[in-house]
Design a protein around this ligand. Sequence first.
Ligand SMILES: [Zn+2]
Length: 108
Amino acid sequence: MTRDEWETLLDEGPGDAATRLVYADWLDEQGASAQAAFQRWLGRAGKYPCRCSGGWHWFSVAHASRHAELPRELHDAMRVWTRFLRYDSRAAAESDLFAAWRRARLGP
Ligand SMILES: [Zn+2]
């Protein structure tokens, strides 16, 4: 598997936590331990961005898709924050959250 192939799998099934956990093991094998830990966190927390209204979103407020609501410590670590953040792709949404997750020191 290549990283692009993993990313395609997650685009097709962003809520598939089992895929994220296997992807995390693969990332560890590539030496990407922080990204691996982040994928495990997403999988265990059951978080992934919501695809609606023509984009992918994270929410700071209650939303029909609970999996896209972020905990407070991550709200506070995002670069900008409003009621929601919109991205053109799932990968972009997760990449931005990864940076916040590291700033919030939620990883190992
Ligand atoms: Zn939504």
